[in-house]
Design a protein around this ligand. Structure first.
Ligand SMILES: O=C(O)C1=C[C@@H](OP(=O)(O)O)[C@@H](O)[C@H](O)C1
Ligand SMILES: C=C(OP(=O)(O)O)C(=O)O
Length: 424
């Protein structure tokens, strides 16, 4: 299906959904702990369902309630022959692989969409070094793995995906041997490594981080069950904060301003562009008289780049967003897609190999755009409609289910006006 969004000013209060990144991590840590943990403020997005399903496949006992989970990891690893469906979740795939190889196992990983095209070589290199058997098909996720991973010395790049490092950090404390991971190229997405280390600490696992260049992991550690409430998601909040910057009146509830989430930087970036961030007892609000161009280093905050590019598209002057070639290996080629969407809506953006340049315009026109089957593109396009003169038509709008199944409901509650339509 497709939807047509009529430009409307958005106004109202939104309760920001729980952080997908923290929910993945809490579910994993609880599933690796003996005893019962309760994880509250759970939203059943497709990615979170993938991680719950993956842990259940390994034998974890998980009960799903309305908005919380009860998890007992006592039986985790009791199943060592299983199929794990990651749907389209890169986090689930890259976190689960080392975890599922803590014991001798026979695994079949499957998934959907573009997941089979996203990089995996970092793990294949480790499989080669450790004699772990594997077989995969190109371009679709269909991967067989047989064997067991051991601790020891690892060398991995820091500029492909931080998810490989996070995956190893979850698994290596459970191995018999001590381990050392050396990061061979500058670490990108550091904020996500911080989230992993923070959650591991909470569950009783200690890791030494030597400036994101070397990590020392003692083997034989034990996860300790613990209850946890998932905090609000700054990557999703970014859509509403940018909406505020675009003269909408949106009050955001439940943000933890002391959060470790790297995407919290969205607040600083918008402030640098001339916006005001206001905290009140009722919630947080971004507002702006006039926005000015900015240069953004996107290496540490890839997920907010599409929506930050939208802010740049209606700012005065020429903005540059740099160090973003990794956007090309997400749910779609987000660098190319973002530039295309801005241009199709009447803005002026240029694509470079590792950057984009955006010349600000006074307002956007609207038109037909693709969601590229990418939740972050669809949500950016919805927010863009508020500064368009004409309707914005988006195909496959349900792709938001990957991270934020209630997005369209929340958008509507803010006055967002859309109806289903056929694509001509
Ligand atoms: O660890 C995580 O929760 C994530 C890490 C990031 O990936 P990269 O490390 O590949 O940038 C981010 O884009 C993704 O949405 C979530
Ligand atoms: C890239 C994303 O997630 P993942 O890597 O887990 O698929 C995302 O949520 O934007």
């Amino acid at each position: 299906m497709a939807i047509s969004i009529t430009p409307k000013q958005l106004s109202g209060t939104v309760c920001v959904p729980p952080s997908k990144s923290l929910a993945h991590r809490a579910i994993i840590c609880a599933s690796l702990s003996r005893g019962r943990s309760v994880i509250t403020n759970i939203e059943y997005s497709q990615d979170i369902r993938a991680t719950i399903g993956a842990m259940k496949s390994l034998g974890t006992m998980i009960f799903e309630y309305d908005d919380y989970l009860e998890i007992d990891g006592t039986t985790t690893f009791m199943r060592n022959q299983c199929e794990i469906n990651c749907f389209e979740s890169g986090s689930t795939l890259r976190f689960m692989i080392p975890i599922s190889l803590v014991c001798e196992s026979n695994l079949h990983y499957i998934g959907e969409g573009r997941l089979g095209k996203r990089p995996m070589q970092v793990y294949y290199d480790i499989f080669e070094q450790q004699g772990i058997s594997y077989l995969y098909r190109e371009n679709v996720l269909d991967l067989y793995i047989r064997g067991r991973m051991h601790g020891g010395e690892f060398e991995i790049p820091g500029d492909v995906s931080s998810q490989f490092l996070s995956g190893l950090l979850f698994a290596l404390p459970l191995m018999d041997e001590d381990s050392r991971i050396v990061i061979t190229s500058p670490m990108q997405s550091k904020g996500y490594v911080d989230l992993t280390l923070q959650m591991l600490e909470k569950y009783g696992i200690h890791i030494e981080n030597h400036d994101y260049r070397e990590f020392i992991i003692r083997g034989g550690q034990q996860y300790q069950a613990c209850d946890y409430r998932v905090e609000a998601d700054f990557s999703q909040a970014a859509f509403y904060l940018v909406a505020g910057a675009l003269h909408n009146d949106v009050l955001l509830q439940d943000l933890n301003i002391d959060s470790y989430q790297g995407d919290k930087v969205v607040i600083e970036l918008l402030k640098q562009m001339g916006c005001q961030f206001e905290r009140t007892a009722q919630g947080d609000r971004m507002s702006c008289q006039k926005m000015y161009a900015i240069t953004i280093d996107g290496s540490q905050c890839p997920d907010i780049i599409p929506v930050m590019a939208l802010a740049c598209a209606v700012s005065e002057g020429t903005s540059r967003i740099e160090n973003i070639s990794r956007l090309r290996i997400k749910e779609c080629d987000r660098l190319k897609a973002t530039v295309e969407v801005i241009n199709q809506l009447g803005g002026q953006a240029k694509e470079f190999e590792d950057a984009m340049e955006i010349q600000g315009v006074a307002s956007l026109q609207g038109g037909h755009v693709s969601s590229y089957h990418d939740h972050r593109m669809a949500m950016m396009e919805a927010i863009a409609s508020s500064v368009c003169d004409q309707p914005v038509v988006i195909d496959d709008e349900q792709c938001v289910d990957k991270s934020y199944p209630d997005f369209w409901q929340d958008f509507q509650s803010l006055g967002g006006d859309f109806h289903e339509c056929e694509l001509g």
